[in-house]
Design a protein around this ligand. Structure first.
Ligand SMILES: [Zn+2]
Length: 310
């Protein structure tokens, strides 16, 4: 690893600042999940072939709910067959190390971060998760997990009667819809943690951007906020992208390589930095006790003040 990068990582870990990770399709591609914006996402309805960016819209769903659901159940099958990789697992370790200093913002709807063990509280799924659905008419806004018996589809396979009834809203009996952000919809806080993501960005000291090229709005805003506040950006991707240039222009880094190889190395360095911090600030405490707390606490009165309610 580059020595300047290593020094930057150790410094952030030894401080008190926030560490945010933003992931995109690249980390899922390493688990065998295609982007669905490419050839895998094309879908035939009647005699017409639709582009993924036409399929993934509210207006398409309103017109052809069965076909849009069949497309999502095909994608669901692909996601169910995929497994989390070393990149996903490295981020689980990172969350356990830094707890409240850590946030994961993901554009991926495949749910692999949660399946790997990242917590729903600290994982902002800003484009949703296809393992959940909600009422298409918004009669209620809570999320309903996709039942296990709803099976993934092959391309062109229609819905069964069982699918149709499982995909109904349990409250009003109308269609449920996949819990994803469609191209003709806008971000919001309730479902996609829009405001929270921007707030976190404004307080981030280290942003790791993993496998995303910055094609969508919120990830761009997150990266720019960190850049403008002088945070360090490390972009990890198999090829250069607009985020690599932003990272380097702000004194950060671009690491060319797969997430499953690069992330475990970065997490190891951050872990070492965390240990240094414990040594520097808490000579009297056992490393185990210290590691279990994510707050820098120097005396008992401060413990009282900073303790979170249970
Ligand atoms: Zn409903």
């Amino acid at each position: 690893m580059d020595s300047v990068l290593k020094k930057n990582l150790l410094e952030v870990a030894a401080g008190q600042g926030r560490i945010t990770v933003m992931t995109g399709a690249g980390i899922s591609a390493e688990s065998g999940i295609p982007t669905f914006r490419g050839p895998e996402g094309y879908w035939t309805v009647g005699s017409k072939e639709y582009h993924p960016q036409e399929m993934a819209t509210y207006s398409m769903f309103r017109q052809y709910p069965e076909q849009v659901w069949a497309w999502y159940l095909y994608r669901l099958g692909v996601c169910r067959r995929a497994y989390a990789n070393e990149g996903h697992r490295a981020l689980v370790r990172l969350e356990k190390l830094f707890v409240e200093r850590f946030t994961l913002i993901t554009q991926n709807v495949d749910g692999l971060h949660l399946r790997a063990g990242s917590s729903p509280e600290r994982t902002f799924q800003i484009h949703g998760n296809i393992f959940f659905m909600r009422c298409a008419d918004g009669c209620r806004t809570d999320l309903v997990p996709m039942p296990d018996f709803v099976e993934g589809k092959e391309k062109g396979e229609p819905l069964t009667e069982g699918d149709r009834s499982a995909l109904r809203c349990p409250a009003c009996g109308g269609w449920s819809r996949p819990h994803v952000l469609w191209f003709d919809e806008t971000y919001n806080e309730e479902h996609f943690r829009f405001v929270s993501s921007l707030k976190i960005a404004s307080a981030t000291d280290l942003l790791l951007i993993v496998g995303t090229s910055g094609a969508t709005n919120l990830p761009n805003q997150v990266a720019w906020r960190v850049h403008e506040r002088g945070g360090t950006i490390v972009d990890i991707n198999i090829e250069q992208d607009p985020f690599s240039r932003l990272a380097v222009s702000g004194g950060g880094h671009f690491i060319q390589g797969p997430a499953a190889k690069v992330l475990p190395e970065i997490v190891d360095v951050l872990k070492a930095g965390m240990r240094n911090r414990i040594k520097v600030h808490r000579p009297g405490e056992s490393s185990c006790q210290a590691r279990n707390s994510n707050l820098e606490i120097r005396n008992k009165s401060e413990i009282q003040m900073t303790k979170r309610p249970k």
